[in-house]
Design a protein around this ligand. Structure first.
Ligand SMILES: Cc1cc2nc3c(=O)[nH]c(=O)nc-3n(C[C@H](O)[C@H](O)[C@H](O)COP(=O)(O)OP(=O)(O)OC[C@H]3O[C@@H](n4cnc5c(N)ncnc54)[C@H](O)[C@@H]3O)c2cc1C
Ligand SMILES: *[C@@H]1O[C@H](CO)[C@@H](O)[C@H](O)[C@H]1NC(C)=O
Ligand SMILES: *[C@@H]1O[C@H](CO)[C@@H](O)[C@H](O)[C@H]1NC(C)=O
Ligand SMILES: *[C@@H]1O[C@H](CO)[C@@H](O)[C@H](O)[C@H]1NC(C)=O
Ligand SMILES: *[C@@H]1O[C@H](CO)[C@@H](O)[C@H](O)[C@H]1NC(C)=O
Ligand SMILES: *[C@@H]1O[C@H](CO)[C@@H](O)[C@H](O)[C@H]1NC(C)=O
Ligand SMILES: *[C@@H]1O[C@H](CO)[C@@H](O)[C@H](O)[C@H]1NC(C)=O
Ligand SMILES: *[C@@H]1O[C@H](CO)[C@@H](O)[C@H](O)[C@H]1NC(C)=O
Ligand SMILES: *[C@@H]1O[C@H](CO)[C@@H](O)[C@H](O)[C@H]1NC(C)=O
Ligand SMILES: *[C@@H]1O[C@H](CO)[C@@H](O)[C@H](O)[C@H]1NC(C)=O
Ligand SMILES: *[C@@H]1O[C@H](CO)[C@@H](O)[C@H](O)[C@H]1NC(C)=O
Length: 546
């Protein structure tokens, strides 16, 4: 067993810069173990047994029909992506991950499909699924808080690469610090951070990736490295700021992120209106989106198909109707909440306001996003709001729900939402579009189609309808006067265009980085971008031709 001394070499900080820029943090990483295998395998079963024998005592390997295996399959959120791999390996330390990568880079030829890396298993474009071996990182879930170096800095939290956000909320509760994590608790910090990271207080503190100061990563040859924006692995660090599961080149075993002060109280309001009130509601929403100046107010405007008077009931389909819901969060007191959202009370069919702390807030979103459904989680962004925007998106949404009903589906919690983002991320974002892999120096409101179905023959219908929504939003944004904006990576669709998600330059840079560190295209599940090797293996499914 190797021990890992979390030595930190704090460097002088440069203040008054956005995000991580100007902040240099160096952390030590464990030394790379040397693994040897009996490489006369005659079957994958033998190979897996040899891998297991090389791992630490707390690591494990699960075979089909074991409870542990079933628990990993059950973590996959989009039902249509469930896969049954030959085995699932659970590393318990970064050194275990190194041994797995050394094994994989030697013996990958034994399998037809590449190994997959799983954190939370929620990404609707895949990546964590394969028929060969899934590397389930859930044991790598330590959360360690490093106190701030001085009063002008924030604490740095070290988060294991397999950690679900709910676990981090639990661990930080009572420390006075919070972190920019996924809002539903079962989402992995891995996919979330590598794909950008829209957190509860992103409007005030920027996206998850803006707060990343370094990553510990195991490369394909097993070398354990530390990447920050200033060292020899700055290209890897850069890829992790929103392009990390597109240019997948290794396994992130630890994220180092700036924490932020725990806001204490959180108010969660839901203002629900029947559709007939839309002419009164749209202007209220427009006024909020255009004029809000309180960084602690973070709402989202949602379309649902449910009972407006009993919004949390599971109503029979025949009693549901189209409703508009203003999900109004406020990080601070109820008085602050009422100041921000006063106008929303008047016409509501129902209003609920509940106080939470970050720790107990964690379950509130999960009921919107149940397990066991075939589902997508995709969207585009927009800078401006207008009655037209809402009229048109609502009518596209309604037609989709009606289409699902006509196909015998229960639309369940199928929803469309525009998530409000504070202008310019309150100055906490990146200073320019090449500073991070996901260009986001201009902030935008982020929409999401979360549509559900059960009969697989309706999957194409859902894609078609979501494309109609995306096409409309593309056209709408083209008609407003705004600096370029880019769609949110974690809400990627197979038909999203790389030029609209990462921009052509950043996308090409991601391809170069993958080319450099994964020259054989060994990590090739989910989103596969066009390196030479990925192309010649015929594995590319996401390129500038999309
Ligand atoms: C119900 C629900 C709620 C959501 N809420 C939010 C939200 O509040 N904010 C937001 O921004 N997004 C949200 N998302 C989107 C979510 O962030 C993305 O789907 C994200 O990619 C999921 O990460 P994961 O680790 O759970 O998924 P996974 O499917 O496990 O991983 C996604 C991709 O990242 C790779 N990966 C994961 N961890 C690592 C690692 N440690 N090293 C290398 N590669 C890794 C995987 O191989 C895969 O390609 C939500 C999604 C769902 C379904
Ligand atoms: C593989 O080689 C090892 C020694 O390197 C030996 O102990 C083992 O029996 C061999 N296994 C097979 C299946 O040949
Ligand atoms: C294995 O896990 C146990 C319980 O979490 C822990 O006490 C022990 O130190 C771990 N052993 C190793 C070798 O990591
Ligand atoms: C790429 O292919 C995988 C299947 O391997 C699929 O799950 C994923 O949605 C595809 N991604 C894109 C962007 O097309
Ligand atoms: C990169 O590595 C070289 C060789 O180890 C070292 O001399 C150089 O200082 C490093 N550069 C940075 C920016 O860390
Ligand atoms: C924003 O506020 C200004 C000034 O009060 C007002 O004129 C404008 O109509 C508001 N915008 C919207 C969309 O309501
Ligand atoms: C908030 O506003 C609502 C509606 O006006 C009111 O009923 C409630 O008492 C207010 N709460 C506080 C704490 O002011
Ligand atoms: C963008 O930001 C990065 C990181 O701070 C910086 O290195 C780079 O010079 C900036 N580029 C431009 C064009 O301003
Ligand atoms: C799924 O939909 C198809 C096409 O409408 C239909 O033929 C089939 O019976 C449905 N399957 C189930 C299980 O409902
Ligand atoms: C969009 O908003 C920007 C500023 O937020 C404004 O300058 C521009 O005029 C708006 N465009 C339209 C078409 O409303
Ligand atoms: C492992 O890969 C990295 C990046 O490609 C390379 O710099 C390093 O030299 C390799 N290490 C060994 C031991 O081959």
């Amino acid at each position: 067993m190797r021990f890992f001394v979390p030595l930190a070499f704090w460097a002088a900080t440069v203040s008054a810069t956005a995000g991580f820029e100007g902040r240099r943090y160096d952390f030590a990483v464990p030394s790379t173990p040397v693994a040897t295998f009996n490489d006369n395998f005659t079957s994958t079963t033998e190979a897996i047994a040899s891998l297991k024998a090389a791992l630490s005592a707390n690591a494990s390997v699960a075979a089909p029909l074991s409870l542990q295996y079933g628990s990993t399959v059950a973590r996959v959120w989009p039902k249509q992506l469930e896969t049954w791999p030959e085995a699932i390996v659970y590393p318990s330390t970064p050194e275990d991950v190194s041994i797995i990568m050394q094994f994989y880079s030697k013996y990958h030829g034994l399998w037809d499909e590449a190994f997959a890396i799983m954190c939370g298993g929620h990404f609707s474009s895949g990546g964590a699924q394969t028929k060969s071996l899934i590397i389930d990182l859930q044991f790598l879930n330590a959360v360690i808080l490093n106190d701030p170096v001085d009063a002008s800095e924030r604490a740095i939290v070290k988060i294991g690469g397999g950690t679900k956000s709910g676990h981090v909320y639990d661990e930080l509760d009572g420390t006075g610090w919070a972190f920019l994590g996924a809002r539903s608790t079962t989402i992995g910090t891995g996919g979330f951070t590598l794909g950008g990271g829209i957190a509860y207080q992103t409007g005030r503190y920027g996206i998850g990736a803006d707060n990343l100061v370094g990553v510990e990563m195991v490369l394909l040859n097993g070398t354990i490295i530390y990447a920050n924006p200033y060292n020899n692995y700055s290209d890897i660090f850069w890829a992790c700021t929103g392009g990390g599961w597109a240019a997948t080149i290794g396994v992130v075993t630890n994220f180092y992120s700036q924490a932020y002060p725990d806001p204490g109280e959180v108010q969660v309001g839901a203002f629900v209106y029947s559709e007939s009130k839309k002419d009164a509601v749209f202007p209220l929403v427009n006024n909020f989106f255009e004029n809000n100046t309180d960084v602690n107010a973070f709402p989202a405007f949602v379309y649902y198909f449910k009972d407006p008077d009993y919004p949390s009931a599971v109503a029979p389909i025949t009693e549901r109707e189209f409703v508009l819901q203003f999900n109004a969060m406020y990080f601070g007191s109820i008085e602050g909440f009422n100041t921000s959202y006063a106008a929303f009370y008047e016409n509501a069919n129902s209003v609920s306001v509940t106080s939470y702390s970050l720790k107990n807030l964690k379950e509130f979103l999960s009921s919107n996003y149940p397990y066991g459904q075939s589902t997508i989680f995709r969207g585009k962004s927009h800078t401006n709001v207008s009655n037209d925007l809402w009229e048109n998106t609502l009518s596209i949404y309604k037609e989709t729900i009606q289409g699902l009903l006509a196909r015998g589906e229960d639309p369940a919690n199928s929803l469309w939402v525009s998530e409000y983002m504070y202008p310019n991320w309150n100055g906490a974002g990146a200073s320019n579009d090449s500073a991070t892999a996901w260009p986001h120096s201009t902030s935008a409101h982020i929409t999401l189609s979360s549509l559900m179905w059960s009969n697989q023959s309706n999957a194409n219908y859902v894609d078609e309808r979501d494309e109609v929504m995306m096409d409309y939003l593309r056209e709408y944004q083209a008609g407003v006067d705004s600096a370029p904006i880019y769609d949110y990576p974690n809400y990627l669709a197979p038909y999203s265009k790389p030029s609209e998600v990462w921009g052509t330059d950043n996308f090409n840079r991601l391809v170069e980085i993958k080319e450099k560190y994964d020259p054989e295209c060994l990590i090739s599940r989910g989103v596969v971008i066009p390196t030479t090797a990925c192309q010649s293996k015929g594995l590319v499914n996401y390129s500038l031709d999309n």
